[in-house]
Design a protein around this ligand. Structure first.
Ligand SMILES: *[C@@H]1O[C@H](CO)[C@@H](O)[C@H](O)[C@H]1NC(C)=O
Ligand SMILES: *[C@@H]1O[C@H](CO)[C@@H](O)[C@H](O)[C@H]1NC(C)=O
Ligand SMILES: *[C@@H]1O[C@H](CO)[C@@H](O)[C@H](O)[C@H]1NC(C)=O
Ligand SMILES: *[C@@H]1O[C@H](CO)[C@@H](O)[C@H](O)[C@H]1NC(C)=O
Length: 346
């Protein structure tokens, strides 16, 4: 009976934790924790507000329970889930024993850069994933581990990014910065020599960031205020496969004539801009999105040489709807050149 009362009291005190469970589940969970066979070694240092299931001895689950701080992470933990809480800062020392941490998931909290202690991550030499998306960061936290491969900072309030923020992160492959208020990346990201994916959509960029890594394969820049693409832009990044520039303010004047004539590109999204002409694209391009522009004519020469339409294009998807042309404007010879396109959306 006494034990049951204790459980009930704990259940009430820790009301945040119990939100995820029905009270019965929560009681049985506690009972297991206090009396079960796994009330030994590993579980003993699991913070009370978290779950460390015996079946996953290196994981610590603390998500969705109104936590306001990061609990101290025991040394054997590699994966820590802290998403969907009310955490505003990270106090010094919480990760100091957990030097083997591989993932730290802090998405959907209220993190504020000023409340993240400067050296909180410095001992995490094995950290690969750091998810800080959907928080209230106004800047990139300092001294991030150089071992990170996947860094998510999207949906914050970051306005300035300095190249030094990511200094030495030579293993970083994915950088998500979408939905912030970034106007420019001073100094570029050139040092990120493994970066393959950069998402900076939904920011306040007025131009394509300069000095990006040559390893880049995916570049997402939708919903910015970009007016032009610099000459030679794509040749500077020979590994680019996917480029999205939808919902910007691109005009014909902003596109140098040969800027998309690059053989590696597979997908190019230029929809929701102010183009009046179809730009010349490489024969190797597979997906081209040009809908919601102001295109007035269908120029077959943008895809094939008009003197040799049998030298055809690899294009599979071509969207031209919501422009100022109709199916009647597409010449019959288009069928020889665009032979992989099932139908052209006009
Ligand atoms: C951190 O690790 C040290 C050495 O293993 C240990 O003595 C100490 O109790 C740990 N700290 C906490 C708060 O668990
Ligand atoms: C990058 O990854 C390699 C291979 O996994 C590893 O040996 C190296 O230490 C990592 N670099 C950093 C800075 O963590
Ligand atoms: C596109 O690039 C290829 C390969 O570099 C080149 O042969 C071709 O002339 C270019 N097309 C145009 C229209 O400039
Ligand atoms: C098709 O045109 C491209 C670009 O002008 C040229 O490099 C290529 O050799 C042509 N291919 C054939 C089979 O004529």
């Amino acid at each position: 009976m006494q034990i049951l009362v204790l459980f009930l009291v704990l259940g009430v005190v820790d009301v945040n934790v119990s939100q995820r469970y029905s009270s019965i589940q929560w009681l049985s969970h506690l009972r297991r924790r206090w009396h079960g066979a796994d009330w030994q070694a590993e579980d003993i240092d699991c913070p009370l507000e978290c779950d460390c299931p015996a079946a996953y001895p290196t994981a610590m689950y603390c998500h969705s329970r109104n936590l306001q701080h990061v609990p101290f992470v025991p040394s054997h933990i590699k994966y820590v889930y802290l998403q969907r809480n009310q955490i505003t800062g990270i106090q010094d020392g919480v990760f100091d024993n957990a030097t083997n941490l591989v993932w730290v998931i802090l998405s959907h909290n209220k993190l504020n850069a000023d409340k993240i202690s400067n050296n909180v991550f410095t001992k995490l030499g094995s950290l690969n994933w750091l998810f800080l998306d959907h928080n209230e960061l106004t800047g990139v936290p300092q001294n991030l581990p150089k071992s990170i491969t996947d860094l998510r900072l999207n949906h914050n309030k970051i306005s300035k990014v300095h190249s030094s923020s990511f200094q030495g992160m030579t293993n970083l492959t994915t950088l998500q910065l979408q939905a912030n208020v970034i106007e420019d990346i001073q100094g570029g990201l050139k040092g990120l020599k493994s970066l393959t994916m950069l998402d900076m959509s939904k920011n306040k960029l007025r131009k394509i960031p300069e000095n990006l890594p040559e390893t880049l394969q995916q570049l997402y820049l939708e919903f910015n205020n970009i007016e032009n693409v610099p000459a030679g832009f794509l040749t500077a990044y020979p590994k680019l496969l996917f480029v999205r520039l939808a919902h910007n303010t691109l005009t014909d004047k902003g596109l140098p004539s040969n800027v998309f004539n690059t053989s590696t590109l597979l997908e190019l999204d230029l929809s929701f801009n102010k183009l009046e002409r179809i730009p010349f694209v490489s024969r190797n391009l597979e997906n081209l999105y040009l809908h919601a522009n102001k295109i007035k004519e269908f120029s077959l020469s943008s895809f094939c040489s008009t003197t040799d339409v049998t030298n055809f294009s690899r294009l599979k998807v071509l969207r031209l709807d919501a422009n100022e042309i109709s199916a009647r404007d597409i010449p019959a010879e288009a069928a020889y050149c665009l032979r992989h396109v099932a139908f052209i959306d006009v």
